[in-house]
Design a protein around this ligand. Structure first.
Ligand code: KG4
Ligand code: ZN
Length: 358
């Protein structure tokens, strides 16, 4: 298909609890972006409530889209295309974001791209100016967020091979659950990391599930149960800060070691597929954890890979990555019909992601 779009791309992200909007110019330069976190709305419930998320996206998006366009100094008539996360994620929020994007696309007769949220994370490293040499295909992606934990061979736009993933919880989910046990509130990852800095990571020898086993699958439920047992041994509410800090530090160390071990195997698998591969891209909210970054950097160094993680604001959910993924697809002439239905489940390596393979 011919490349028929021209002009800036508006991106919309609403798959979970971030309402995000961004406008990128044709070259991928960020003209404006905004992220509204719904943390305050969900915190009283200790996690994301899908119905509240959808309503909050609906309340925030119309104004936020207009504000982002204004910040970019653009009118809707000057847009070249619209891209929105269409899955995987919470269906209510996905419908809200997709419908807004489709409405703008219909009104302005613009190309529309239904972006796979995981593809957006996968392609973020290719944003112009992010890495000194860019991120040329193929590279290995380790996606570690609240909802996802997987190793993916990124071989081209739309060309992904899942090498392994979690068989129970995602890494961020494990952080959130342990943080909850320790009374740190939600979301727990950043608070747990702060507390861990005060603790002794060798105090508890927690299990490292699947460590030194073949492949690059992950499991965190056994670790979670082991931590819960230690916490329960102390009386409810009576956990001294120093005890909690030791538990947090020991847990974080176990996760970091497991992730480094699994990523090590994934790099070997990647090399076997593509001998030229030398880049490990880490994305997702958990990638902002310092101890985990350090462990992954060491694992990459040991395998002759370079570990790169986009800056934190691009690692967590945002719309810059959605607009960029849209741009990557638009450049190939890949757009979607207005009838595209948002999808709560949408694996990255599903047939159809790569239009050239059709
Ligand atoms: O990518 P993200 O913003 O949203 C999705 O899940 O898609 O990731 C959020 C997850 C949460 O589970 C949060 O607790 C975790 O990332 N997280 C962290 C840290 N910052 C965020 N986990 C560990 N250490 C952190 N510093
Ligand atoms: Zn995400």
């Amino acid at each position: 298909m011919a490349n028929s779009f021209r002009g800036p791309v508006l991106g919309i992200e609403s798959s979970c609890d971030e309402t995000a909007t961004a406008v990128l110019d044709e070259s991928g330069r960020v003209l404006a972006e905004a992220v509204h976190s719904q943390e305050r709305e969900h915190a009283p419930f200790g996690g994301v409530v899908p119905e509240i998320a959808a309503r909050a996206h609906l309340a925030a998006l119309p104004h936020q889209i207009r504000a982002t366009m204004a910040k970019a100094g653009l009118t809707f008539a000057e847009l070249g295309a619209v891209a929105a996360s269409a899955g995987p994620g919470l269906i209510g929020g996905l419908i809200v974001g997709s419908q807004m994007a489709k409405g703008i696309a219909i009104a302005r007769r613009l190309p529309y791209v239904a972006v796979n949220h995981l593809e957006a994370h996968a392609l973020t490293a290719r944003l112009p100016g992010l890495l000194p040499d860019g991120a040329a295909f193929p590279y290995l992606l380790l996606l570690i967020s609240g909802g996802h934990c997987q190793c993916v061979a990124v071989e081209g736009v739309g060309r992904y091979v899942r090498l392994g993933g979690t068989i129970d919880d995602a890494a961020g989910e494990a952080f959130d659950k342990i943080a909850k046990l320790l009374g740190l509130g939600w979301p727990g990852g950043p608070a747990l990391e702060k507390l861990a800095a005060l603790g002794d990571s060798s105090r508890h020898d927690f299990p490292r599930p699947l460590m030194r086993r073949e492949g690059c699958d992950f499991s965190f439920s056994g670790l979670k149960t082991a931590v819960a047992r230690v916490v329960e041994r102390c009386e409810a509410g009576a956990l001294p800060q120093s005890e909690a800090a030791d538990i947090a530090a020991s847990f974080q160390r176990a996760v970091a070691e497991v992730l480094a071990d699994r990523a090590g195997n994934a790099m070997a698998m990647m090399r076997a597929r593509s001998p030229a591969a030398r880049l490990l891209v880490v994305a997702g909210g958990v990638a902002s954890n310092g101890a985990i970054r350090t462990a992954l950097t060491q694992a990459a160094d040991a395998r002759g890979f370079q570990m790169v993680a986009p800056p934190v604001r691009l690692c967590t959910d945002n719309a810059v990555m959605v607009a960029w993924a849209g741009l990557e697809r638009l450049r190939l002439g890949w757009t979607d019909g207005i009838g595209f239905a948002p999808r709560p489940r949408w694996p990255l390596d599903e047939p159809g992601m790569d239009r050239t393979a059709a």
